[in-house]
Design a protein around this ligand. Structure first.
Ligand code: UDX
Length: 464
């Protein structure tokens, strides 16, 4: 929304939320999310044509176009639990829009939603509309965190789905005109509603599938002595495949991939397509396997026990350049190590202690609900300490686990770290950021995803 305000000075953008603390933060100097470049954009537009407000109904009533970006968490109970998207928040937003509207509106689905959500929303709106015309559009967001501003300024594509009727076409054109302020016309794709909704799930599934594919290869590389970086480089040189999204890792995280694939799986099952559902489910199974495999490597390498051993965790965010921890692989890895009674000392340049404590005590999928429905406060986990730099985290540690690829982890003084650790000193690099040969020479026992195994680790079982 901030980019729309920046690029369309004649359009007034009001961002509304029922949470006063959240809106206050957006109106302060300390924005509630960390995203490179976003501060500048907000500062340029805030108070001019970009406003943050808790007056939800007033602004919705006044708007011509309403973008709905509410949470669509994975259901934890009832029909489709663990897979289907929970549309409670979407439904109440639609009912509120119908209640307060006095003029025709375009309602845009921004949240990623199951295919055919628009149809349900359309029914809610039209049954409560008092004769007002609502046009539903699907305009899925493809930005990635950490590069959000850049992705929005120069998108690969903007996708707009609408009804194939004269009113639907008119609504699509109205939204297209907004994006046309800065996006070249050939990058604005128009489609029918269902194609647009499905394209978002499909794009995320394809991206996640690439990571699970290279992660599957990483296990085979470790077993055979191949190097996954060399394999993915060779594979990615094929112009039909391309080099992006082929970095082996401890597993993918983030608010979208797992959730969207689970959702896709559920939709396939509901449409009588179990083989298709099974195919996509395997992407998630492989991701869980990769995280488990990492924990098993740590425990089995350290003489089959990490009980009471200090393990430094470098990085907790789901990827670098963000403070976001939603579905971060660090949660599963830390919980795995805690289950084996390890003492964790965690450092991440952007994630707060309160967030880490909360993440390690929350149930799966709880993060996607509003704050008041999440656990009330951080639970103090005795086995976990959160520290402010990598050297404190690693001091007297038995092992270091790198779980996020922050640039600063590439340039740490590993000799100093080694000197201050217990011996034998282990490094488990879940992001392939360190120079394996260099740190091995210092005396570290090194495990790096998909790389040739250290002599010391060769006879240890990969799967406990
Ligand atoms: C993703 C999609 O990229 C974006 O288009 C969509 O709108 C939202 O979901 P995001 O979750 O912000 O964006 O992050 P992304 O950069 O896609 O990374 C997702 C996860 O995959 C991260 O944990 C990342 O570390 C991991 N990853 C990515 C790998 O493990 N290897 C890779 O090669 C690339």
């Amino acid at each position: 929304m901030a980019i729309i305000a920046l690029k369309c000075p004649e359009i007034e953008v009001a961002v509304v939320d029922i949470s006063a603390p959240r809106i206050n933060a957006w109106n302060s100097d300390q924005l509630p999310i960390y995203e490179p470049g976003l501060d500048d954009v907000v500062k340029q537009c805030r108070g001019k044509n970009l406003f943050f407000s808790t007056e939800v109904e007033k602004h919705v009533c006044e708007a011509d176009i309403v973008f709905v970006s509410v949470n669509t968490p994975t259901k934890t109970q009832g029909l489709g639990a663990g897979k289907a998207a929970d549309l409670t928040y979407w439904e109440s937003a639609a009912r509120m829009i119908a209640d307060v509207s006095k003029s025709s509106k375009i309602v845009v689905e921004k949240s990623t939603v199951p295919v055919k959500t628009a149809e349900a929303i359309e029914r809610i709106l039209s049954h409560n509309s008092k004769g007002i015309n609502f046009q539903i559009l699907s305009n899925p967001e493809f930005l990635a965190e950490g590069t959000a501003v850049e992705d929005l300024l120069k998108p690969d594509r903007v996708l707009i789905g609408g009804r194939e009727t004269p009113e639907g076409n008119k609504a699509v054109k109205a939204l297209k005109d907004v994006y046309a302020h800065w996006v070249p016309e050939d990058r604005i794709l128009c489609a029918n509603l269902w194609s647009a909704e499905l394209s978002k799930l499909a794009a995320n599934a394809f991206l996640a599938q690439r990571i699970s594919s290279v992660n599957a290869m990483s296990a085979l590389c470790e077993a055979t002595g191949a190097d996954v970086t060399e394999v993915s480089h060779a594979v990615g040189k094929d112009t039909r495949i391309g080099p992006k999204f082929l970095n082996a890792s401890v597993g993918f995280g983030g608010s979208c991939f797992q959730k969207d694939i689970l959702n896709l799986v559920y939709i396939c099952e509901c449409n009588g397509l179990p083989e298709v559902a099974h195919y996509w489910k395997q992407v998630i199974i492989m991701n869980d396997y990769q995280k488990n495999r990492f924990v098993n490597r740590v425990v089995s390498s350290m003489f089959n026990t990490v009980a009471n051993k200090k393990i430094a965790i470098l990085g907790f965010a789901f990827k670098k350049d963000t403070g976001d921890t939603r579905e971060t692989p660090a949660i599963d890895v830390c919980n795995g190590l805690l289950g084996d009674k390890a003492q964790l000392s965690i450092y991440d340049p952007q994630v707060s202690e309160a967030q880490i404590q909360k993440d390690l005590s929350m149930q799966k999928f709880d993060w996607d609900h509003p704050a008041h429905l999440q656990p009330s406060g951080p639970i103090d986990l005795k086995q976990v300490s959160v520290v402010r730099d990598a050297y404190t985290a690693t001091k007297d540690a038995h092992a270091v686990c790198i779980l996020t690829e922050w640039d600063e982890f590439k340039n740490l003084d590993y000799q100093k770290i080694y000197d201050n650790m217990q011996k034998p000193a282990f490094i488990f690099d879940g992001r392939n950021v360190i120079d394996v040969a260099k740190v091995r020479k210092m005396g570290f026992i090194v495990y790096s995803i998909g790389k040739q195994l250290d002599e010391f680790l060769k006879d240890m079982p990969a799967v406990a």
